[in-house]
Ligand binder design. Structure first.
Ligand code: AMP
Length: 461
């Protein structure tokens, strides 16, 4: 039995209950079930067979959620297409993914050609879900084309404990074609919950409205989204049963603020496209008097192994991808182990702490020491008037790189750069001393809503 069977079980009972909501569309369970079978039939009519790849270039709509499910129902290999870069790159990526077809939602973008999602539904032919399928997710990629991470069904999914959880109303804020949004939409459907889709590009006003009008109980943010909601004049009060925050570094001060606002329901998660669900720190284990509990990403999931090798976090287990498409599987090359590219350490009680992504570490000084940019980011937002901060390395002839800060202020008071420099040196030492500061209105974000340090660094190259 796969997660698709579990979803179908839920969609086959209480047909009039709402299942998936997005924009102006509100689908009941029976409407969602019908559309799921129609979309699967549309794919079959276009020649899609079990094992075939189907690329999807879609945004956050109920139809797109069901399309993704339909590909898995047929035993296909679902290939998510990133919302960027340009048409030529996307075409190359789709070619590399070796798919039988591409489904495009033109209202999301017209960067590539394919079968239009709106025209896809065929007949409502009921089909039994295939036992095997795969998902291919694009990774951020440092240069050139994103890499394609292949995930096969999680062997734990058949006994997915979430299936027994009571249904609630969940709001998905990230793209459903990213690991976070795809996990959230699956979790909602498997538990028979009502899935509310936020827009493909997050905005805090819409979040505030949906949280109130749809009475959201469970949601997930990447940190910059959380910060915008916390700073919003109509930020919701304590209405949530569970809030998950993860996907990029979460400033302890902001996590504290969220817990003070919403209670101990705010959990910090650590995962990535290549290894979904590595560790989680439950809000109930966070003690506001013990600051380290606001910094840790928690203990590794019991199903996952985590090792620190030369400062890098390595992982192995059922949530790790099989490998990159077109490359040998990790089981052949590394005995299943995967280097996350994150630097961190485990404490004596098995709690995992992340220092920085290795690409974001600033290597500076005559002895090429490591400055963990994230330590700076976390500290800077504790200073008065600073709302968001991103430290990056700026190339420097003498020192290799030097620390450069991008700051978003609250506009209330003038920012005194000398005072900031002094505070940084007093807290973190000379090595962390910023050599340049740029005040910006907002930090650039990736399409998933994370701070885009690559874009910040590119200003210097
Ligand atoms: P992505 O593959 O786009 O989901 O990005 C995954 C990366 O986000 C990880 O390798 C980490 O660098 C970062 N990340 C995810 N969760 C956290 C977290 N809770 N704290 C710090 N960094 C995180």
């Amino acid at each position: 039995m796969t997660y698709v069977d579990l979803v179908l079980q839920k969609l086959s009972t209480d047909g009039d209950r709402e299942a998936v909501i997005g924009g102006d569309t509100r689908l009941t369970r029976s409407q969602a079930r019908d559309l799921l079978f129609r979309l699967a039939d549309g794919l079959v009519q276009r020649g899609v067979k079990p094992g075939d790849g189907v690329a999807v270039y879609v945004g956050n709509t109920p139809e797109a959620v069901l399309l993704n499910l339909a590909v898995h129902l047929l035993g296909g290999r679902l290939v998510y297409v990133p919302p960027e870069p340009g048409p030529a790159e996307l075409k190359a990526l789709v070619e590399r993914a070796e798919v039988a077809g591409v489904v495009v939602d033109p209202s999301f973008g017209e960067q590539i050609d394919g079968w239009h999602l709106q025209d896809l539904p065929g007949d409502p032919v009921e089909r039994v879900p295939a036992p095997e399928f795969a998902t291919v997710a694009y990774t951020g990629g440092t240069t050139g084309l994103p890499k394609l991470a292949v995930h096969r069904p999680n062997p734990l999914a058949a006994t997915d404990p979430r299936a027994a959880m009571p249904p609630v109303t969940m709001l998905c804020n990230t793209l459903i074609t990213h690991g976070s949004g795809s996990s959230m939409s699956k979790a909602a459907l498997v538990t028979g919950s009502k899935l509310v889709l936020g827009p493909s590009t997050f905005d805090a006003d819409t979040f505030v409205r949906l949280a109130r009008d749809e009475q959201i109980a469970v949601t997930m943010f990447v940190p910059p989204m959380l910060y915008e909601v916390l700073d919003h004049p109509d930020c919701p009060g304590p209405q949530f049963g569970m809030v998950l925050v993860g996907g990029s570094p979460l400033a302890p001060r902001r996590l504290r603020q969220a817990i003070e606002k919403w209670g101990p329901v705010v959990n910090q998660g650590y995962g990535m496209t290549e290894a979904l669900g590595i560790a989680m720190m439950p809000g109930t284990d966070i003690d506001l008097d013990r600051p380290e509990t606001l910094r840790t990403v928690g203990r590794p999931d019991p199903a996952m192994e985590v090792e620190i090798r030369d400062g890098d976090v390595w992982v192995r287990g059922p949530f790790v991808m099989e490998g990159y498409w077109g490359e040998p599987p990790l089981s052949e090359t590394a005995d299943g182990w995967f280097n996350t590219g994150d630097m961190g350490y485990l404490d004596d009680d098995g709690y995992l702490y992340l220092n920085d992504r290795s690409k974001d570490v600033i290597v500076t000084g005559r002895t090429s020491d490591n400055v963990y940019s994230r330590l700076l980011d976390d500290f800077l937002v504790t200073l008065p008037g600073i709302r968001q901060a991103a430290a990056v390395g700026r190339p420097d002839e003498a020192l290799g790189e030097v620390v450069h800060l991008f700051l978003v202020t609250d506009g209330q008071e003038d920012v005194d750069v000398d005072r900031i420099r002094d505070s940084v040196v007093a807290e973190l030492g000379d090595l962390y001393q910023p050599r340049g500061v740029t005040i910006v209105d907002q930090l650039p974000l990736t399409k998933v809503g994370k701070v885009d340090k690559r874009k910040l660094r590119s200003q210097f190259r």
